[in-house]
Design a binder for this molecule. Structure first.
Ligand code: GTP
Ligand code: MG
Length: 496
């Protein structure tokens, strides 16, 4: 029986409408799922009146109040007045009774003891489920002992599988393996990603938008589908282009979608319509350079051109690929296979024949090229790259700041050099002044000595004059010797 979390979400969205709370698009259904995880529970007796209210803050900050829908949503699991035929209690009852019937085929093994029922899987985490299931099974007189919630229920199946995996060889069992294909769809908004998800899954789980606004505007959770012996894990994403979403936010949301993959990604399906231009190239570059910084990613990209009316005409497809190879923006991705589809709406193509054909085309590509290997991103490095990623504007601003910083540095260096020159000039002036000072001191000193010498000379001269006068007088006293008079006369002349 296909009954689980998605049914609870859908029923929850239906009954929230009673309070005027409308959630319908793919992204809004994610919000419903989150509300369910936070506020829902399973009532032991859904008919007993309760006055139950829980509040929940929506991503836009609005707080909503939810009444009995918090437990009514889980009633879909028990088929209380709901459209499907069985509830989980009937399924469990049937399984246990079948086990007992089978055990009767092996009487030598004795009767099987009363069974414990172990709840596993994310949808079983709603508080109160164990007790309610036990109550319903008792009503059905199911032979069981306890209903137990497994630890780590979301991963329990895988964990248990992992514990027996090492013994498989010795158990000599032949196991059938299902081919799991992890698919990440991305591309420009309104290109047809969600439609392709519907086509591949054969469902209408994804909201196909109108052509005037972006539809998938929030991070999606991947979903599993069994399709033609393949187990597809599909991840629809927010479109690039005119989504009005901040590019940084978009990169973060795209990275968050990648983090949801358990294990590798087999194929990145890049969806585009009509022409391959710069937006398309930027979106692929974002994957190759920004998120993974790895050329090898090219081996895991399938390019899908949607809305291609002649998709069933091989020569038209070949001609389109030839034209694509002539486009400069496409050059880095020319090795990637290109598929053409036309997922016409049911209005145009009520039988969905074109969609069915598209599915075969894409699955063939997947089988031929992508099923056997997957790309395992290094998630730590991915987050690091996302955190340090900058928009073109931010990068330009960084460059502008760097240029300003360099200009400032050059100016400072020039000023420093000028100051050094000025200082050197000042030092030279000081040195010259000191030199002049020294010279002046020398001159003063010499002048002093000169003055002293002059004074000495004057006094010597005065002394000589006195001596001369004295001599003259003494000579005059000596009388009138003609020879001496001539000498005196001569001396007088010299004196003059
Ligand atoms: N004729 C035709 N219409 C298509 C095809 N693929 C998508 N459409 C239509 O194109 C519109 C947009 O398709 P979506 O699947 O919502 O596009 P998207 O890429 O998910 O858009 P966002 O979620 O806004 O990013 C819808 O009206 C689809 O019905 C196609 O191959 N052929
Ligand atoms: Mg979409």
């Amino acid at each position: 029986m296909d009954l689980g979390g998605r049914h609870v979400d859908n029923h929850f969205a239906d009954i929230l409408r009673e309070d005027g709370l409308i959630f319908s698009s793919t992204s809004e259904m994610e919000i419903v799922r989150e509300i369910k995880e936070h506020v829902s529970h399973v009532q032991l007796d859904p008919l007993s009146p309760t006055n139950y209210h829980r509040s929940y803050e929506l991503p836009d900050g609005n707080v909503i109040n939810i009444g009995n829908q918090t437990y009514r949503c889980a009633e879909t699991l028990f088929n209380s007045n709901l459209p499907h035929e069985y509830g989980i209690q009937q399924l469990v009852d049937q399984s246990i009774k079948e086990c007992i019937e089978i055990s009767k085929l092996f009487p030598e093994d004795g009767d099987i003891p009363p069974l414990d029922i172990l709840l596993v899987g994310g949808s079983t985490k709603m508080p109160g489920l164990e007790k309610r299931l036990a109550k319903e099974l008792t009503k059905l007189k199911t032979p069981f002992r306890n209903v137990i919630g497994a630890n780590d229920r979301s991963n329990y199946t895988w964990l248990q599988g992992a514990t027996i995996a090492p013994h498989l060889e010795s158990m000599n069992l032949t196991w059938m393996t299902r081919s799991e294909v992890n698919i990440f769809l991305f591309g420009k908004t309104k290109g047809g990603k969600s439609t392709l998800c519907n086509v591949l899954s054969g469902t209408e789980d994804y909201e196909e938008g109108n052509l005037s606004k972006s539809t998938t505007t929030n991070h999606q959770l991947g979903k599993n589908y069994n399709v033609d012996e393949l187990e597809l894990f599909l991840m629809d994403t927010i479109g690039f282009g005119d989504t009005g979403i901040d590019p940084k936010e978009l990169i973060k949301k795209t990275a968050a979608a990648i983090l949801d993959f358990n294990g590798g990604i087999n194929v990145f399906i890049f969806v585009y319509e009509s022409c391959f231009g710069k937006v398309e190239r930027d979106a692929l570059d974002m994957l190759k350079d920004t998120l993974f910084a790895d050329q090898a990613i090219i081996n895991h990209i399938l390019i899908v051109r949607t809305k291609f009316e002649d998709f069933d005409d091989p020569s038209a497809c070949d001609a389109d690929i030839a034209a694509l190879n002539g486009i400069e923006h496409f050059a880095p991705y020319h090795q990637c296979p290109v598929a053409h589809v036309d997922n016409r709406t049911y209005k145009i193509d009520p039988g969905g024949a074109a969609r069915a054909q598209s599915r075969v085309i894409i699955l063939n590509h997947i089988r031929q090229r992508f099923i056997h290997s997957s790309y395992n991103p290094n998630l730590d490095q991915l987050m690091h790259r996302v955190d340090s990623w900058k928009t073109v504007e931010e990068r330009l601003e960084d460059q502008r700041q760097e240029t300003l910083r360099l200009e400032m540095e050059v100016r400072l260096r020039e000023e420093e050099a000028n100051m050094r020159l000025e200082q050197q000039r000042l030092e030279a002036l000081v040195r010259e002044k000191e030199e002049r000072q020294r010279q002046l001191e020398d001159i003063k000193r010499n002048l002093g000595q000169y003055i002293k010498s002059s004074v000495a000379l004057e006094s010597t001269k005065a002394h000589v004059d006195q001596l001369q006068d004295k001599i003259v007088k003494e000579i005059a006293d000596l009388g009138g010797n003609p020879f001496l008079r001539a000498v005196f006369k001569n001396l007088d002349q010299k004196k003059v």
